[in-house]
Design a protein around this ligand. Structure first.
Ligand code: CO8
Length: 257
């Protein structure tokens, strides 16, 4: 892997992925996105990993898709490259992904953070969809996810002016889970991942799938989906272990079976 770094912590069942194109502010070129997709697939298949943290560096989570790589492309080139199939694969990751964001999260970088399940922001984080300033518009979910998070008026303003919002404002609107000092944002995300990794991995995956379903469907269908996943938990040993441990007044030992 040239543009990302993967560090598993087997003891805590957590893996850290760092975007690693610091000179280009982690601009998301095709190779980086391919590496990210492959790493997430591997971690999703690895039973020793139960939660994933995705981060950049203090200056930039990611400043967007790689403008230099896209500048000369035609619509047909873009259609044939079909980079969104990579994003679709990332979205299919079953394990929870927490974005630890510091500095710029712009364009595709903001969209990547929003594709994750939760966001821990450093107080220096800035979120924005500045594509309008370079003659295009968000293409990896920005118009949809930002609107769902911030509401129409705020999202419209950001998308049509390219203005950034601060971490504090992002928290106020529910885009991020919390804002912490810059020296703590990664630890905070890893701590949250480790906390989730203590739960039943089966239940966590089913619950993630159910919460995400609320983005994609109406209430009745979402409730039906939730119910099916709730029943599915009872097919796991973790459900027996979790409930028996409660009754026996001891800590549960979840195995993901
Ligand atoms: N693509 C390519 N290179 C970039 C990008 C980018 N998105 N952002 C920064 N860089 C490069 C700069 O060109 C510069 O390189 P060099 O030193 O070789 O000139 C280096 O990173 C450092 O950047 P700056 O010197 O510009 O740093 P500043 O601190 O002055 O400015 C900013 C930081 C404000 C973040 C500025 O770099 C900027 O405006 N970047 C572009 C932000 C942007 O417009 N993002 C949206 C891109 S389009 C997009 O994301 C579409 C998404 C939909 C499809 C997703 C498919 C993957």
């Amino acid at each position: 892997m040239e543009f990302i770094k993967v560090t598993p912590n087997h003891q805590q069942h957590v893996a850290l992925i760092e975007l690693n194109r610091p000179k280009e502010l982690n601009a998301l070129n095709l190779q980086l996105m391919g590496e990210l997709r492959d790493a997430l697939k591997q971690l999703d298949d690895d039973d020793s990993v139960r939660a994933i943290v995705l981060t950049g560096n203090e200056r930039a989570f990611a400043a967007g898709a790689d403008i230099k790589q896209m500048a000369g492309k035609t619509a047909i080139d873009m259609f044939n490259i079909d980079q969104f199939s990579t994003w679709d694969q990332i979205k299919k990751t079953k394990k929870p992904i927490i974005a630890a964001v510091s500095g710029f999260a712009l364009g595709g970088g903001c969209e990547l953070a929003m594709t994750c399940d939760m966001i821990i922001a450093s107080e220096t984080a800035q979120f924005g969809q500045p594509e309008i300033k370079i003659g295009v518009m968000p293409g990896a979910g920005g118009t949809q996810r930002l609107t769902k998070a911030l509401g129409k008026a705020k999202a419209m303003e950001m998308v049509l002016t390219g203005k950034f919002i601060s971490a504090e404002e992002a928290e106020k609107h529910g885009l991020v889970n919390r804002v912490v000092p810059v020296e703590l944002y990664l630890d905070e995300a890893l701590k949250l991942a480790a906390e989730i990794a203590k739960m039943s991995p089966v239940a966590v995956k089913l619950a993630k799938e159910s919460v995400n379903r609320s983005f994609e469907t109406g209430l009745d269908e979402g409730l039906y989906f939730e119910r099916k996943n709730f029943y599915m938990c009872f097919a796991s040993e973790d459900q027996k272990e979790g409930m028996n441990a409660f009754v026996e007044k001891r800590a549960p030992q979840f195995t993901g079976k």
